[in-house]
Design a protein around this ligand. Structure first.
Ligand code: AMP
Length: 426
């Protein structure tokens, strides 16, 4: 016998309650974003490879080690998106989204792909919900971005999260600080891993988030970027902090946050949760004032974030651990039909109920009444409608309320069934 095809490592199938929870979360997220004035955007999963090498950065783990990248059949270099921001910026430029309004607030949700070593909370196909705001340089926009993120987490059933924020300054501040860092590591090269020795000459910032123990120990004494930014950036960062306090968000300044992507400037943040173990970041983001220009557009201030959906569920589960799962209220109708004539009549009733907006389950394979009633119970339906030859002759169906044990059956005329359930559905 041939072996079944298995899903790829680091990918997941979602079904049953889990799939339902995902749909609920996506709908809740859309409602939160709408309240804050964001509009949805959907971009392709496949993009030109150059989009990511130019935006995320050539000397980053994502581009060098983790991207699913290949030459397609027409010889184009393509990549499966490892993150959402670059695609949204590309779409913002390509579709002239700046034309209609000076400030554009967009949100997205969908799969991202990184060939990382799979472990708890780390997948190769994972999902992000994210948002980007274009055209505002205000510190208020930074704070509002973190506020919508906080509301999103609350909508996902998470309460115990905290923000860690830092200030990376302008791209000029960053470049100057790069020089300070290179000086700091001078004479210490031999203590760094091979990768970091290369990074020193190409992108010294990457040394600061290397996971190697020796590199981390050396980097612990490195100067801090937020001490090396302009006075204007410092003042903005102070305002962001005051606004976060006004918004009653749980935040702290973590001067070690650098972020793995090259495009960040000024305020950056991570949002963390203690129930996640080693992978404790629920999401991350920040300001990226230079990226639109890097990708060929006009200078445009921007700020955004992305959260990992799988991690939202892990954090929500950690917070409710031990609590009994909330019972789902019964809803909708299940029809059980006995005999060929009843099946035909019930089939028409099921269709009419569905057209009237009522959820209706029905077995179409003429199983026994006992089997159909068992299925009705498992379907989660509130009411069972039983239709056999006696009922057909009477022109009325037997209706049973499945939410009450031993409830008496009611007789409801077939012509009145749709109205009967319409009055009882909410
Ligand atoms: P990043 O784009 O790396 O800043 O990631 C933003 C968020 O996406 C992280 O905080 C995680 O919640 C999530 N994330 C990133 N990479 C993965 C992954 N490989 N598996 C699951 N979630 C991830």
């Amino acid at each position: 016998m041939s072996q079944n095809v298995q899903r790829l490592r680091g990918t997941k199938d979602l079904y049953g309650d889990e799939a339902r929870q995902w749909e609920k979360l996506e709908a809740a997220a859309a409602a939160v974003f709408t309240r804050f004035g964001y509009e949805p955007i959907r971009t392709p999963i496949l993009e030109p490879y150059a989009l990511f090498s130019r935006s995320v950065g050539e000397i980053t783990d994502i581009v060098q080690k983790e991207m699913y990248r290949f030459t397609d059949r027409s010889g184009d270099e393509v990549a499966m998106r490892p993150e959402g921001t670059a695609s949204v910026v590309r779409a913002y430029l390509q579709n002239n989204l700046s034309q209609e309004r000076p400030v554009r607030k967009l949100y997205y949700a969908g799969p991202m792909f990184r060939a990382e070593r799979p472990q708890a909370g780390r997948l190769r196909q994972f999902h992000q919900i994210g948002a980007e705001v274009f055209g505002s340089a205000s510190a208020y926009t930074d704070a509002e971005t973190m506020a919508v993120l906080a509301e999103l987490l609350k909508a996902a059933g998470i309460a115990k999260f905290r923000f860690e924020i830092n200030n990376l300054g302008s791209s000029g501040d960053r470049a100057a600080f790069g020089g300070v860092l290179v000086k700091f590591f001078e004479g210490k090269e031999s203590g760094l891993c091979k990768d970091c020795q290369t990074r020193l000459g190409k992108n010294v910032f990457r040394v600061l988030d290397c996971k190697n123990e020796a590199c981390r120990a050396l980097a612990a004494d490195a100067p801090l970027i937020s001490d090396h930014v302009s006075d204007a950036s410092k003042a903005d960062f102070k305002l962001v902090q005051a606004l976060l306090t006004d918004l009653k968000l749980n935040w702290s300044h973590n001067p070690r946050i650098i972020r793995g992507l090259d495009y960040y400037t000024h305020t950056v943040f991570e949002v963390k949760h203690d129930g996640l173990g080693a992978q404790d970041a629920l999401g991350a983001g920040g300001r990226y004032d230079g990226l639109v220009e890097t990708l060929g557009g006009p200078a445009t201030p921007a700020v955004g974030f992305a959260v990992g959906v799988e991690r939202l569920f892990l954090a929500a589960a950690a917070e409710t651990a031990g609590a009994a799962p909330a019972a789902q209220p019964r809803a909708g109708v299940a029809i059980a039909a006995l005999g060929a004539d009843a099946l035909r009549g019930a089939f028409a009733i099921a269709h009419a109920l569905r057209l009237a907006g009522i959820t209706c389950h029905m077995d179409l394979d003429a199983r026994s009444l006992k089997a159909q009633m068992r299925q009705a119970d498992r379907s989660g339906a509130r009411y069972a409608v039983i239709l056999g030859s006696d009922e057909l002759a009477k022109g009325a169906a037997a209706v049973k309320d499945l939410s009450v044990s031993d409830a008496p059956q009611a007789e409801v005329p077939l012509a009145g069934l749709v109205d009967f359930f319409k009055q009882r559905s909410n």
